[in-house]
Design a protein around this ligand. Structure first.
Ligand code: NAP
Length: 640
């Protein structure tokens, strides 16, 4: 622990100064920290650059160090909950931009400035608590969303059971163990809002660190006693007479068991089942062949000829890792990914930053908010389609074209000595059409290696010896790796769901999955999906934020049942239809909805079934609590 002001001053060299100044407002009660000459002017290409002159930065650090020193010596925070007007100024200040008014409520809630968060379950009265105790919820999945659901249900006093096919918690972070796997969202934002981790080792930590975070959460909240591992939920069927879901579970011994629950929450993500391409000769390859999400750690790649099919987010991470070890790496690309410059992608979080996060109250919140703003909402205007845009299919607006130019310039600079690669790695679709990857140079460095070849000719078939492209060229290989993504639009494909009147959810969808707010489904009472249809985000927001909103809504739905003495709720068809109509119209207005883009965001009918087309703030608002008017609520049926 630093003892002198000078030591603290030194530590603060690692801190994000605008977030620090916002925290100082609360520590000192002085809004003078937000003075115009200290307002940051960010440079999108240089993360640490706040535009504040160096001598002013030194003054800020000195003054902050004095305040922190006094606080550590026992001085209480002068103004932990500033007036709304000040919060508004803090918000604009840290973002370096004027943020719309509607964010104020959101931020006050996220910062828990009033001591409570809308995400905390509020079953206040004994009557509600008693009703909660009489419910039983079945949660499918013990990944990020399933654990979150368990935490909130436990806080609400609702009995629950979580079932997961895997042997441990963590979901995608348990399954994806390929070399180089890491989060592509700033970790200080990719964590539960109520469980910040001030010790993230990197800004974008590797998979084992993420898995350990979720294991730690399961331990802290004592969730494992509620979880059945290595068990698959095969079917859930609505029992009309008794208003319960009957779920058939299959354990790893193959035995089945039926359990009942008043509500079912699916928390299985969108990227849950690997997708293998439909290529002639699949399965004929004689050597080891596996998917990135099912990495074969027993297969030694050293000195082998390796073929990789796909250049999405997963391949982008593992190709640079394996390239130095293998004898020859052939990467088959159908469409290249856009890479946006993020130089600190693999960098450690400096020790001073970790100290500040841990010891300066509210610094972590303001830093999180800054990340949230800069990497999500602040980025949206650049991927919004301009209906009057006539600059060609490679962009959707002038601003989007500017982003393209910036990304291409960054590629070109990295490929100065290999200009032949530039046209191959430059996408012809707009930036934001698919999820962009974070570019710190390792991808193109790998593609430039002598032992790596990027092939853009179509894969025609797979043979026992390797891959043959449409031009007849054969690429022999010892190992074949599929980086071909997930069956994303095939929602809940492993689970048979029979609702009212025996109606099958997948038949009702007809391959075109929809839900109301991604969560509820007409005809399927008390069925809730987290990270369901149209709740994915493209430009790098945190999906944990979405899950927290959805879980708040689901707990609110259970409360609504308790308050109204109802046994069931399901959205009205008209509400569901109207919502999905608005979603479709809005999705058409973004780069990912462009007709020139084909991606896993679109289903077989070309409809964008994955993405949320509004602001994150809109999801936050829409999921504050269920609007009773949106639902049909029913009392329990009399059992004869
Ligand atoms: P993906 O982005 O869907 O990439 C699949 C790749 O396989 C694409 O390049 C695709 O080409 C290619 N492909 C599919 N079929 C093919 C065929 N028949 N021939 C040639 N190429 C073929 O999958 P992913 O990389 O697993 O990532 C999926 C999502 O998971 C990401 O968008 C992201 O949301 C998430 N993810 C996140 C991280 C992280 O950093 N946290 C890491 C991995 C994944 P086309 O582009 O032409 O379809």
């Amino acid at each position: 622990m630093p003892e002198t002001v000078a030591q603290i001053e030194e530590i603060l060299k690692d801190a994000h100064l605008p977030a620090l100044m916002c925290a100082m407002v609360q520590m000192t009660g002085d809004a003078d920290w937000l003075r115009p000459e200290w307002t940051p002017v960010y440079n999108p290409l240089s993360r640490g650059d706040t535009g504040i002159p160096e001598d002013e930065q030194a003054k800020i650090r000195r003054r902050a160090a004095e305040a922190i020193h006094a606080h550590l010596a026992g001085q209480p925070l002068a103004q932990p909950a500033p007036p709304t007007e000040t919060i508004r100024r803090q918000m604009d200040f840290v973002a370096g931009a004027e943020i719309p008014e509607q964010y104020v409520d959101f931020l006050v809630d996220e910062l828990v400035l009033k001591g409570r968060s809308s995400k905390d379950p509020h079953f206040e009265t004994p009557k509600l608590q008693d009703a909660a105790r009489r419910l039983k919820v079945l949660v499918v999945g013990a990944g990020m969303s399933g654990l979150l659901t368990g935490i909130r249900l436990a806080q609400a006093g609702v009995p629950f059971e979580i079932v997961d096919k895997n042997a441990d918690v963590g979901g995608t972070w348990f399954e994806n163990t390929y070399p180089g796997c890491r989060v592509d969202n700033s970790n200080h934002m990719y964590s539960y809002s109520f469980e910040p981790n001030h010790a993230w080792p990197q800004h974008f930590s590797p998979q084992p660190v993420l898995l350990e975070y979720f294991r730690g959460i399961a331990r802290k909240y004592d969730l494992k006693k509620h979880i059945r591992f290595e068990t698959l939920v095969e079917t859930v069927a609505w029992d009309e007479a008794r208003s319960v879901w009957r779920a058939t579970l299959r354990g790893k011994d193959g035995k089945t068991e039926v359990v009942e629950a008043n509500a079912v929450v699916t928390a299985v993500g969108q990227l849950n089942r690997p997708r293998f391409p439909d290529i002639e000769g699949m399965g004929s390859f004689e050597g080891p062949a596996f998917h990135s999400a099912e990495w074969r750690h027993d297969v030694d790649l050293k000195g082998k000829r390796v073929v990789v099919i796909g250049t999405g987010a997963s391949a982008y991470q593992f190709v640079p890792e394996i390239a130095p070890d293998v004898a020859k790496l052939t990467v088959f690309q159908r469409n290249p990914p856009w890479g946006l410059p993020v130089p600190h992608y693999h960098e450690d979080v400096p020790e001073g930053m970790k100290w500040t996060l841990e010891h300066v109250p509210y610094y972590d919140k303001w830093y999180r908010f800054w990340l949230f703003w800069m990497t999500t909402e602040g980025f949206l205007p650049m991927v919004k389609s301009d209906p009057l845009w006539n600059g060609g299919p490679g962009a959707v607006s002038e601003m989007n074209a500017g982003l393209r130019d910036m990304a291409v310039a960054s590629f070109a600079a990295q490929l100065a000595e290999r200009p032949d690669l530039l046209p191959k790695v430059t996408p012809d679709y707009p930036v934001g059409g698919k999820r962009a990857v974070l570019d710190n140079g390792v991808w193109l460095a790998a593609l430039k290696r002598d032992n790596v070849e990027l092939v853009t000719e179509k894969v025609a078939r797979i043979t026992p010896k390797g891959v043959v492209t449409a031009d007849g060229q054969e690429y022999e290989a010892d190992v074949l790796i599929y980086g071909t993504g997930f069956q994303a639009s095939n929602f809940l494909s492993f689970l048979k769901i029979k609702g009212r009147g025996g109606q099958d959810l997948h038949e009702a969808w007809g391959g075109d999955a929809k839900a109301y707010l991604g969560i509820t489904h007409p005809g399927f009472p008390n069925l809730f999906t987290i990270y369901g249809p149209n709740t994915n985000i493209v430009v790098n927001g945190s999906i944990i934020f979405f899950s927290e909103c959805a879980v708040r809504y689901i707990v609110g739905a259970l409360k609504l049942l308790a308050e109204t003495g109802s046994a069931t709720m399901e959205p009205k068809q008209a509400v569901y239809d109207d919502f999905n109509k608005r979603v479709d119209e809005a999705n058409a207005g973004w780069a990912w909805g462009s007709p020139h883009v084909s991606s896993w965001y679109k289903n077989q009918f070309g409809r964008v079934s994955q993405n949320w087309p509004f602001g994150l703030i809109d999801y936050w608002k829409a999921t504050l609590e269920p609007n009773p008017g949106d639902f049909t609520l029913e009392k329990a049926r009399e059992v004869a």
